[in-house]
Design a protein around this ligand. Structure first.
Ligand SMILES: *Cc1c(COP(=O)(O)O)cnc(C)c1O
Length: 350
């Protein structure tokens, strides 16, 4: 016997990255600009009431989201980042170690971690050769024990997105007792009209839950707010297992103000979208394999050269995200920072 669950030994322990003074961070898909002034003001005002507990029910933000998304408030669950909602999804669906969570691989790093914390069993289906979800293979991989399926569109880290028609077929193939989560953390960067938009489908599918976040386009990664939109019973279950008071008053106020600043925030997404085309084209011209991306990052399929490329970028004071031995995920940033990245990539001889 030991004090701690033995299976936690295999979970990655967090290792702080080396601090590199002056380095440019292109590793976490953040927006390089701070929140707009009106959002900062709302955060400061909320901070002044920091001696009080936040609204446990997150009522004001939930009501604003309901209005903005045109869904009933009882179909929304706000979480401490959508990563927390991923963990809550496992909690509301899985109880036995034989219960299975199915997801593509490679996809979002949090999926295997929250599955293991929830003591459920992860089942993975490889991406296609062009770095996309293989929804037919995923549908075929469903077993009587499958409780939850995570679909990430656009996919972190490959940037590829799921088509509306293929996702419709996928949902139609699912039984009513498998919960399908569509993680749309990068939804605001999608420009392809054929890509799935989960909110347009959630009314018709009681087993679909859509995840969105304030961490990316809404520039609040440090405040930790995400939300789920689902059928009322699913949303209620998510709220039940939410860690109490985990959405701080500062986060709630910041998210409301960010919704009010939506036009400005979405306008800067359009700039990133322009830059992602430029960055991808330049990387391809330099000989790299870069799948089409609908997100604010590019995937560079470097295979065995992944670690060397990341080390080379670090020498150029650029922090990218290696997933050895498959590839590197690089956040699209300002034109100046992207130019530095392209210069480093062009100079890489590995
Ligand atoms: C960044 C990201 C999130 C957002 O996580 P938060 O906890 O809301 O910051 C969720 N899903 C994916 C796939 C992401 O890349």
């Amino acid at each position: 016997m030991s004090l701690i669950r033995a299976d936690l030994d295999s979970l990655p322990a967090y290792v702080p990255g080396r601090a590199i003074p002056g380095a440019i961070k292109l590793a976490s898909n953040e927006v390089p600009m701070p929140p707009p002034p009106a959002v900062l003001a709302a955060i400061a005002e909320a901070a002044a009431g920091g001696n009080r507990y936040p609204d446990l029910a997150v009522s004001a933000l939930t009501a604003r989201l309901a209005g903005a998304l045109d869904v009933d408030a009882d179909r929304i669950a706000v979480g401490c980042g959508s990563v927390s909602l991923c963990q809550q999804l496992v909690q509301i669906t899985c109880r036995e170690p034989s219960d299975e969570v199915l997801f593509a691989w490679r996809s979002f790093e949090a999926y295997p971690i929250v599955t293991q914390i929830g003591a459920a069993t992860a089942q993975t289906v490889p991406l296609t050769e062009d770095f996309r979800h293989d929804l037919d293979a995923m549908a075929a991989a469903v077993t009587p024990n499958t409780r939850l399926i995570m679909v990430c569109s656009p996919n972190n880290p490959t940037g590829t997105a799921v088509g509306r028609a293929e996702f419709e077929r996928f949902l139609a193939a699912m039984g009513p007792d498998v919960l399908v989560a569509l993680d749309e953390a990068y939804h605001e960067y999608v420009t392809d009209p054929d890509v799935v938009d989960g909110l347009s489908m959630v009314d018709a599918h009681p087993n679909l839950v859509v995840l969105r976040t304030f961490s990316k386009a809404y520039r609040l990664a440090g405040l930790r707010v995400g939300y789920a939109v689902a059928a009322a019973d699913v949303a209620q279950a998510l709220r039940k297992v939410c860690s109490p008071f985990s959405i701080s008053s500062v986060a709630q106020a910041g998210a409301i103000a960010a919704l009010e600043a939506k036009d400005e925030l979405l306008a800067s997404c359009a700039e990133i979208v322009g830059e992602r085309t430029r960055v991808r084209d330049a990387l391809i011209a330099a000989g790299y394999t870069v799948p089409p991306t609908q997100s604010n990052f590019v995937w560079v399929a470097l295979g065995a050269k992944t670690a060397d490329f990341a080390a080379h970028c670090l020498e150029h004071k650029l922090i990218v995200r290696p997933f050895a031995p498959e590839g590197v995920r690089i956040t699209v940033s300002t034109p100046e920072e992207n130019d530095l990245l392209l210069a480093a990539a062009t100079a890489f001889t590995g």
